[in-house]
Ligand binder design. Structure first.
Ligand code: TYD
Length: 217
């Protein structure tokens, strides 16, 4: 099962992914956690290019292609092999971030982005996408005051940009309600974790029932 996490900066995705990975392991599920951009040697090189605070001249098109170059690598090297081995894959951001940030944030053509994404992923789509719902201002303030996370070039964009991204996510969720689940991200981490676990547990048991039915056929 392929599960992705989306949300604004500082929405707590990283914390929730670690907590969920620990819970899955406690249930004897093999789990792989990864993040975008990054997750591979090549992807980490691309990440450094993308987030460098000095790269002020980078165009939205370059950004799109770099995110998708890192994505092609992580899909090939990490995500597909893990899924083929029957593992649960948790990914911190995936192609919805490109649609939300480069599409709705920068106003790039979404049909064109869709083609680039398809090329990068070979059509791989998450089984479940969890949106941690936090107002962009709250998330940015959280991130700016956090001691563990670096403040990067992409965080430094105007609040209006982040609000456009949030509107974009809302449209993506409306367009594909079966794939997305929205969880309030502004509650204590443990409360959010409980909601995430109950969602994932029910998806896993549905998936298991379907497997059993298939075997009985
Ligand atoms: P990161 O420090 O990983 O932020 P976060 O912890 O919020 O995930 O930086 C990733 C940044 O890249 C974040 O601002 C979202 C942005 N992004 C895009 O603009 N497009 C993309 O396709 C992806 C994957 C990320």
């Amino acid at each position: 099962m392929f599960i992705t996490f989306e949300g604004p900066e500082g929405s707590g995705k990283t914390t929730q992914i670690h907590l969920l990975a620990d819970w899955l392991q406690s249930q004897d599920r093999a789990v792989v956690t990864t993040r975008e951009p990054g997750g591979t040697r090549i992807g980490n090189g691309v990440r450094a290019l993308l987030l460098d605070i000095n790269h002020t001249e980078m165009t939205p098109r370059t950004e799109t292609l770099l995110f998708n170059a890192a994505r092609a690598q992580i899909v090939h090297e990490v995500i597909r092999p893990a899924l083929e081995a029957g593992q649960v894959v948790l990914c911190d951001r995936f192609f919805d971030s490109t649609l939300a940030y480069q599409g709705y944030g920068y106003g790039q053509d979404r049909a064109e982005l869709g083609r680039i994404i398809r090329y990068a992923t070979g059509g791989l789509t998450p089984d479940l996408t969890i949106y941690l719902d936090v107002q962009p201002e709250v998330g940015l303030a959280r991130k700016q005051s956090g001691s563990t996370q670096e403040w990067n070039r992409l965080d430094a964009r105007a609040v209006a940009f982040h609000q456009a991204v949030q509107k974009g996510y809302e449209e993506l969720i409306r367009a594909e309600p079966a794939r997305w689940s929205v969880i309030a991200g502004d509650l204590p981490a443990n409360t959010v974790h409980t909601a995430v676990v109950s969602l994932v547990a029910s998806r896993l048991s549905v998936a298991r029932e379907m497997e059993v039915e298939e075997m009985q056929r």
